[in-house]
Ligand binder design. Structure first.
Ligand SMILES: Cc1cc2nc3c(=O)[nH]c(=O)nc-3n(C[C@H](O)[C@H](O)[C@H](O)COP(=O)(O)OP(=O)(O)OC[C@H]3O[C@@H](n4cnc5c(N)ncnc54)[C@H](O)[C@@H]3O)c2cc1C
Length: 364
């Protein structure tokens, strides 16, 4: 979110500085691990659809400017029982916003995708625009373009405090202090350290990404397998076609709650592998051959799983962005634009009414 904001501010000619505690592409926060699902028919709530459409446009813009491919459309298959939030929510959002989609039963799923072994009462919503974006690449391109447009970036510098002063806001880092007219706080799972009112409202969930050598490579090859999410009997999990690094999948449920983001470790182990294998054995049995890799990552979750993107009520020069709850990355390209709007004009034409901070902190 920070690198996208940096890009949008720099391209508008704003003098902007990015401060990052670690290096580009690090694996301590929420934006690593090769791919993030992107989809239009948004089961979480139909009001996300306009933002998703704008995100698609902005990813395309980034691709035009750089000649790189950030977004790959594979189609998305959202599978569950009839009446499940994933199936109903996705179909409803698609209907309301005129997004072409198919609602299909288990027989039709297995006709189109015989690699899935689903209970006969399951169904799915198929949507052709779904796919994945590459987070490390997206972040790097946003930073590169921002720097070309004049932005400065300080790496390996930790913001210790944000101190509102009369003329400017002071940003105290362990590498020095700077003053700014406006500050965007997009510190992912560390946001509670810099915006203490948010801290008690957020949960930091340990998540594990797994990559397997496929048992049958044709079953998970691009073209044969779309991005999918399955609301199964005991777990919700999702996966991606093999883009050369193995079959990647993960559970959407957490595997532990972290006391703070610094407590996160790359500590995925046999229990994480077993949990994923059990799921795949039930629903996609040709996917999981030998384990290739696992990575831990953090979901920063609000109680309602909607984002926080707002001006800080106590000081509107400070823009707060916590856009995760496990589904934020796809929107980074447009959230960067929203953050640039908020920090320069105090408002944005995008509908972010769902993301106000007051609903969590009780402030107006
Ligand atoms: C396993 C997993 C799977 C996901 N799957 C999807 C998906 O399929 N689709 C989707 O859309 N979204 C998905 N998400 C959510 C998405 O990845 C997040 O919404 C997004 O990465 C959040 O980005 P961010 O910029 O808010 O946080 P981060 O990427 O964590 O960035 C915050 C940055 O702030 C820096 N920072 C923190 N504190 C300080 C400080 N004091 N000083 C300086 N710098 C600091 C950190 O080092 C970090 O680089 C997933 C998340 C995870 C963990």
């Amino acid at each position: 979110m920070g690198s996208a904001a940096l890009f949008h501010l720099a391209r508008r000619g704003v003098r902007v500085l990015g401060v990052e505690r670690f290096g580009l592409g690090h694996d301590r926060g929420s934006s690593h691990g090769e791919s993030r699902a992107i989809r239009l028919g948004y089961f979480e709530h139909p009001s996300y659809v306009p933002l998703a459409r704008a995100a698609y446009e902005n990813w395309a813009d980034l691709e035009r400017l750089t000649g790189e491919t950030v977004l790959t459309k594979t189609g998305v298959l959202e599978i569950g029982k009839p009446g499940s939030v994933i199936v109903n929510g996705s179909a409803e959002a698609s209907r309301l916003h005129g997004i072409p989609h198919d609602v299909i039963d288990a027989a039709e799923i297995s006709r189109r995708y015989p690699q899935f072994t689903l209970p006969p009462d399951y169904m799915a919503v198929w949507q052709a625009d779904g796919g994945f974006v590459r987070p490390e690449l997206g972040n790097r391109l946003h930073v590169d373009l921002a720097r070309q447009a004049g932005a400065e970036v300080v790496w390996n510098a930790k913001v210790e405090a944000i101190e509102p002063g009369q003329g400017a806001v002071r940003i105290v880092t362990d590498a020095g202090t700077v003053e700014a007219g406006s500050v965007i706080v997009a510190s992912g799972p560390w946001i509670g350290e810099l915006v203490p009112t948010l801290r008690p409202t957020l949960t930091l969930a340990r998540q594990v990404l797994c990559w397997f050598e496929p048992k049958r490579p044709e079953a998970v090859a691009p073209g044969a397998l779309p991005v999918f999410i399955i609301d199964g009997a005991h777990d919700i999990a999702y996966g991606f076609p093999n883009i050369g690094t193995g079959f990647k999948c993960a559970s959407h449920y957490d595997s532990g709650i972290l006391a703070d983001a610094d407590a996160a470790r790359q500590d995925a182990g046999p229990a994480d592998e077993t949990r994923m294998r059990d799921f795949l054995d039930a629903y996609l049995p040709d996917a999981a051959g030998p384990l290739k890799a696992m990575k831990t990552c953090i979901y920063t979750k609000t109680p309602d799983e909607d984002f926080v993107i707002d001006l800080l009520p106590s000081d509107p020069r400070i823009v707060v962005c916590s856009a995760c709850s496990g589904h934020g990355y796809k929107f980074a390209s447009v959230i960067g634009e929203v953050l640039a709007d908020l920090s320069t004009k105090g408002e944005t034409p995008h509908d972010i009414s769902r993301f106000d901070i007051g609903r969590l902190t009780g402030t107006a």
